[in-house]
Ligand binder design. Structure first.
Ligand code: HEC
Ligand code: HEC
Ligand code: HEC
Ligand code: HEC
Ligand code: HEC
Length: 371
């Protein structure tokens, strides 16, 4: 009985309380707010991310289980997940993505087999507690502040960025770190900038943590992701590929990443590692292709296994050898790291045409001249 009353009370509080949207933080945390609204966290819901929406539509399931991570702030989260209510664009808690208040009220991560779950206190009362990692935070009339280790050791990311199984119990994404379970996500994805974290900076802080959460959609980040090396020995081109990230090269099955290598003589290409599709050179391509129960190529929702799984673990490297005999003095060997947000074949099928999704993001480039 006690339990039932408690559940009733909790529901009552959730229904009655005003939703604390990300815009309400702008008044005091303007820089962070401006960064956040450009990030994929803010755009994670099916109302702002076309890629997510189109993939979701493929599985004509009434249940929107994706909400757990893509619409986590929804007041009616469990009804949306069960499929008894539909997400609505005009309901701000449904279109606010991974909101400020949601992320900052995560108190604990539950580690599950199919996926992890965030325990978020998401209280929208007059003075909720925001967790963070500030030393001696100043007082605010809008919220209490409290330090929590998970905002320091990056565990707060693992509620959503760990792994996910589809309804067949097959793991379709994984950014779980194979290097160390406490990989410093925050250190790489939330670099510091000069200035205070709040408009008045009453504490006189010299730097604050940025919230752009740049990833594959940033040339600057893609340049930092992988380091390439080249040499020419015994008639072989030796290409080294080093993953410098705290996670595998492919964390999401929509992506395509690869190395393009060419040999130039007098400005003309006399050799390249592939002609049409990078998949011709599997060893220098990073891609996950699923298959369904009939061994046919599949989208994540109906996958039961891999048709192709070319990946490289965190902080590790590999060498690819190409036998290219009799290169001459003055020939130039050139390798380039290329990334796509969505594999062009899938983009075509899903009719995704925006530049952000179809363009090539260019990373590390190296070249050597034969002496
Ligand atoms: C356990 C949390 C979780 C659940 C549940 C989840 N996702 Fe995601 N999703 C993520 C994370 C984290 C990313 C970013 C991954 C990356 O970039 O490596 C992501 C990214 C995506 C992307 C790429 C979007 C882009 O614009 O680049 C698509 C598509 C996607 N998810 C579809 C879905 C669909 C469809 C569902 C529901 C069937 C779903 N996801 C459920 C966590 C989740
Ligand atoms: C009326 C101004 C005001 C508003 C509105 C406001 N904050 Fe704050 N917030 C502050 C102040 C002041 C600090 C302390 C800054 C410092 O010590 O440098 C702070 C600190 C924080 C911290 C750090 C806590 C810690 O212990 O590390 C977080 C997280 C935070 N705010 C989140 C939010 C979120 C999310 C919202 C919107 C829902 C929000 N704030 C709205 C004034 C505000
Ligand atoms: C409540 C769930 C949730 C939490 C917590 C979370 N993320 Fe995300 N994150 C997502 C989802 C969902 C996406 C993909 C959004 C999309 O593309 O539609 C994403 C995308 C990203 C991206 C990729 C942006 C791009 O370019 O595609 C980065 C980087 C990222 N998150 C880093 C982090 C880090 C670091 C943390 C911890 C401080 C974190 N996230 C915490 C859900 C979450
Ligand atoms: C040593 C630096 C480093 C660490 C540590 C790191 N990342 Fe990344 N991450 C990167 C770089 C650089 C990229 C952009 C290049 C890319 O996506 O290929 C990236 C990309 C991403 C993306 C987008 C990937 C995609 O293909 O869509 C997500 C999501 C992400 N990181 C989340 C995390 C999370 C969560 C952690 C902690 C477990 C983490 N990162 C730790 C450097 C790092
Ligand atoms: C994906 C999760 C996530 C989202 C979304 C998010 N934050 Fe944060 N935020 C963090 C983490 C993690 C830290 C702690 C970083 C650290 O330890 O340096 C942080 C730090 C802060 C701080 C303390 C600043 C500092 O210099 O350390 C403030 C203030 C803050 N966030 C406000 C906001 C506001 C306002 C929004 C929305 C406009 C927001 N956050 C969105 C994860 C998030």
């Amino acid at each position: 009985m006690k339990k039932i009353i408690l559940i009733f009370l909790l529901l009552f509080i959730v229904v009655e309380a005003k939703y604390l949207d990300s815009e309400s933080c702008k008044e005091c945390h303007e820089n962070i707010y401006n960064q956040h609204t450009k990030s994929m966290h803010h755009k994670a819901s099916l109302f702002s991310d076309e890629v997510h929406r189109k993939v979701q539509e493929l599985s004509d399931d009434k249940k929107y289980s994706c909400a757990l991570c893509h619409m986590p702030a929804a007041k009616n989260l469990s009804a949306i997940i069960r499929g008894t209510e539909n997400p609505k664009a005009e309901e701000i808690s449904n279109s606010d993505g991974v909101s400020c208040a949601f992320c900052h009220q995560i108190s604990k991560i539950h580690y599950g087999k199919s996926y992890n779950i965030n325990f978020s206190s998401t209280a929208f009362d007059d003075k909720p507690t925001m967790f963070g990692n500030l030393d001696n935070p100043d007082s605010s009339n809008k919220h209490n502040s409290q330090s929590s280790d998970i905002y320091k050791n990056s565990e707060v990311c693992m509620g959503c960025h760990s792994h996910k199984e589809n309804s067949n119990g097959f793991e379709v994404c994984n950014s779980k770190d194979q290097h160390d379970s406490r990989s410093d996500c925050i250190g790489c994805h939330m670099p510091k900038a000069t200035g205070g974290n709040e408009n008045f900076n009453k504490k006189g802080r010299s730097e604050y943590t940025t919230h752009n959460f740049l990833g594959i959609r940033s040339d600057e980040m893609v340049k930092k992701s992988v380091k390439l090396g080249l040499s020419y020995k015994n008639e072989n081109i030796e290409l080294s590929i080093e993953n410098k990230m705290g996670h595998a090269i492919i964390t999401h099955p929509m992506r395509l990443k690869f190395v393009k290598t060419v040999v130039l003589r007098d400005g003309k290409t006399i050799w390249s590692n592939f002609s049409q599709s990078p998949k011709e050179d599997k060893e220098a391509t990073f891609i996950i292709v699923f298959k369904d129960s009939e061994e046919k190529q599949a989208m994540p929702h109906n996958a039961v296994g891999y048709e192709l799984n070319q990946n490289l673990k965190a902080m590790s490297s590999k060498i690819v050898l190409y036998s290219v005999p009799s290169l001459q003095k003055g020939d130039i060997i050139k390798s380039t790291w290329v990334s796509y947000v969505v594999n062009p074949n899938i983009a075509k099928k899903l009719e995704l045409t925006s530049d952000e999704i179809t363009k090539q993001y260019i990373g590390d480039e190296v070249s050597i001249v034969i002496k």
